[in-house]
Design a binder for this molecule. Structure first.
Ligand SMILES: C[S@@+](CC[C@H](N)C(=O)[O-])C[C@H]1O[C@@H](n2cnc3c(N)ncnc32)[C@H](O)[C@@H]1O
Length: 186
């Protein structure tokens, strides 16, 4: 369990740690779910180097990326086409969460982040509150069962997957080696 997400992630980003790159395979499946942005709002939670947020912006979404690590935001803000995205620094689990409009986002994404969320029920409830009617919650996460034991904390267990996928009107899962991509609709 990561007690202080900002300190934990900042140390890694500041040391130059990188994470699995966004692949065409992932964006193709995502794009099929979202359709064109047409100026609708998208939110990328734990936006890291900004690759997914920039992808959403390139598809026509007015995109916000939220991350708690200053070094990740610095990297994201200097990346190609970063001006198309609003990046903001916030701990999404803080008792004073960032001021994001309720029921406003057509797409909310969380890539390689969900496993690290401490209070998953509270987080899911927050995401549901942010989604516009008919919106999409897109989660990409390793599965604990598919990663080596020492990397188990980076993935979700079967029980955590059940929690993630319960209570949505539609759930679609697509596997990409050790990752599972979830398209969840309220
Ligand atoms: C494994 S990285 C993935 C980054 C990016 N989503 C990607 O796919 O490359 C996890 C990211 O989530 C951010 N993060 C983790 N917990 C967070 C929290 N509570 N609030 C905001 N950002 C968080 C970290 O700073 C880090 O950038």
């Amino acid at each position: 369990m990561i007690e202080n997400p900002t300190a934990y992630w900042e140390t890694l980003w500041a040391a130059g740690r990188q994470y699995r790159r966004l692949t065409d395979c992932e964006t193709t499946v995502l794009d099929r779910q979202t359709g064109p942005g047409d100026g609708r709002l998208a939110l990328d939670i734990g936006s890291g180097d900004g690759a997914l947020a920039r992808h959403l912006a390139s598809r026509g979404f007015k995109t916000t990326g939220v991350d708690c690590a200053p070094s990740a935001l610095a990297l994201a803000s200097t990346g190609p086409s970063s001006a198309a995205v609003t990046f903001c620094r916030a701990d999404i689990e803080s008792s004073q969460p960032p001021p994001l409009a309720e029921r406003a986002f057509a797409v909310v994404t969380a890539r390689l982040v969900y496993a690290f969320v401490k209070d998953k029920p509270a987080f899911l409830s927050r995401v549901r509150g942010l989604l516009a009617p008919g919106g999409l919650f897109w989660v990409v996460t390793p599965l604990t069962a598919r990663v080596p034991a020492h990397r188990a904390p980076t993935g979700i267990t079967t029980a955590e997957e059940e929690l993630l996928t319960s209570g949505w009107s539609a759930v679609r899962a697509t596997d990409m080696d050790y990752l599972r991509c979830f398209a969840l609709r309220p």
